[in-house]
Design a protein around this ligand. Structure first.
Ligand code: SF4
Length: 91
């Protein structure tokens, strides 16, 4: 989620939207439900395409956090590098 500098209309920046919604604890049992809730917000966001493009420009593969533009860190890793497994390569 990017709040600062985002164009008007970013739903995650709307008053009343809990920013924590976009940073669910991936070890918690409710992680899938929380990701789904964040995805629902992003699904209706008018700047979703620009949000994802901006995030993919600066966020390093393997070091991603949060739900952005309806995607999880693992999904963005896969977009950036389809062969990325999320694990260190064996030497
Ligand atoms: S797509 Fe989601 S994370 Fe991106 S600006 Fe919109 S609500 Fe925020």
């Amino acid at each position: 989620m990017r709040v600062i500098g985002f164009p008007a209309g970013a739903l995650c920046a709307r008053p009343g939207t809990d920013p924590e919604l976009f940073f669910p604890d991936d070890t918690a049992p409710d992680y899938p439900a929380r990701v789904a809730a964040a995805r629902r917000v992003c699904a209706g966001c008018p700047v979703r395409t620009a949000c994802l493009a901006d995030q993919m420009r600066w966020e390093p593969t393997g070091s991603r956090f949060g739900v952005v533009a309806g995607t999880t860190p693992e999904e963005r890793d896969a977009l950036a590098d389809p062969g990325h497994t999320g694990q260190a390569d064996a030497a």
